[in-house]
Design a protein around this ligand. Structure first.
Ligand code: KG4
Ligand code: ZN
Length: 367
């Protein structure tokens, strides 16, 4: 594989990631320092704590990424960094670090939209792996802790937003319901694990179809989960908010399964309907929730039924990492989309606005 070697930095949320990626596809190294354990005590991310942890880990993560690739910073063709959306303090750590590297080593700087990174994770190849690129037109479902949306791509860097969440992101719903069930943070993997132990599969949770739209809503599901958990606790003689009284493992597993099944059902059904409607030749799944086994399996089966390949990165490339930023950065670099040393954090940066198809805003065009 040929193409530029990009050193990419991701620090938008609670993972410090740095990767070296060649030609927007081949991973040479991809190091992620996760803050999960740090935030487990508070059951969620405290922005100030996250920013400090990025500062603490970013240099060791860089050293390990360069070592892993057998490269030095002077060997790379460009430095890329996530500049939004995300937590302002966390973004600024990565941005200032990347700017310093670009300045000291005299390399071009590329600002990357985090959501574009989740999409382009579908192009990544591990060492030794061979796979064709996703074929356009495609429909991509991105489901993370902060975002849930469906887009159509007819070409690189061009997106038409089909639908998005009108309230919580899917991952946020997993995290909140995980907390309701007394499961460890983050809720997504905990709920998946708990659901695997379910012996009964009849817990019925509502599905928010929102008519024919491709939008999503998870707040009603969350409220229903609270009611169902409270009722199950009452059945077991537990008070609603008593932290010492844990719901039995059986009931927890059954409710975790019911909640997960509802989320997976809605995400799969809308994605397949969108793929049919736009005549997609491939379907891409990305974002942290794409690490969810039942979602991957169900969408893969439905896509196979439609005769359309599903491209979904391995779980470690679905959650936040530097390699996905390197993949998107290669496209931005090829398009001549360079950032200056005045690159600033854009905590609410959108991927795409309403129809018609628009190119994700480059830093230079940012308002
Ligand atoms: O993409 P990501 O790492 O960070 C954001 O950009 O938000 O996504 C994190 C989210 C969390 O809400 C986490 O609970 C969820 O992804 N997640 C999962 C799984 N693994 C991570 N949700 C469901 N099942 C999983 N296996
Ligand atoms: Zn993310």
């Amino acid at each position: 594989m040929s193409g530029p070697l990009i050193l990419a930095v991701e620090s938008s949320c609670d993972e410090t990631g740095i990767a070296l990626v060649e030609g927007g596809r081949r991973i040479h190294s991809n190091v992620v320092a996760s803050q999960t354990a740090l935030h487990a005590a508070t059951g969620g991310i405290v922005p100030e704590v996250a920013a400090r942890a990025h500062l603490r880990w970013i240099v060791p993560v860089l050293d390990e990424a360069l070592d892993g690739a057998g490269a030095s910073a002077k060997d790379v063709d460009a430095i890329a960094v996530t500049y939004g959306p995300g937590l302002a303090g966390s973004l600024l750590v990565g941005i200032n670090f990347a700017k310093s590297l670009a300045f000291v080593h005299d390399k071009p700087l590329v600002g990357v939209n985090h959501l574009e990174g989740h999409l382009y994770a579908a192009w990544l190849l591990d060492p030794g792996e061979e796979r064709d690129e996703p074929v356009f037109p495609l429909v991509a479902l991105i489901v993370s802790g902060g975002h849930t949306f469906l887009v159509e791509m007819r070409d690189h860097l061009t997106y038409r937003l089909l639908g998005e969440t009108v309230d919580d992101a899917a991952g946020e719903a997993f995290d909140k319901v995980g907390r309701l069930l007394g499961l460890p943070y983050p809720g997504g993997p905990s709920i998946q694990r708990a659901a695997e132990a379910a012996t009964r599969h009849d817990a019925a949770f509502p599905r928010a179809w929102l008519g024919d739209s491709y939008d999503f809503s998870f707040s009603g599901l969350k409220t229903a989960a609270r009611r169902t958990v409270d009722a199950a606790r009452a059945d077991e003689g537990l008070r609603p908010d008593d932290p010492d009284g844990r719901l039995s493992d059986d009931a927890t597993a059954e409710l975790a399964w019911g909640f997960q099944d509802s989320v997976v059902d809605v995400l799969t059904t809308k994605t397949i309907r969108a793929a049919e409607a736009v005549g997609a030749r491939s379907i891409v799944l990305g974002g942290g929730v794409a690490a969810n086994g039942p979602l991957r399996n169900r969408l893969a089966a439905a896509a196979a039924g439609l005769g359309v390949p599903l491209v979904v990165p391995r779980p470690g490339l679905c959650t936040d990492n530097g390699a996905m930023i390197g993949a998107a950065a290669a496209r931005r670099l090829a398009a001549g989309d360079l950032a200056g040393l005045d690159l600033d954090a854009r905590p609410s940066l959108p991927l795409a606005r309403a129809e018609p198809a628009v190119t994700a805003p480059a830093e230079a065009a940012a308002t």
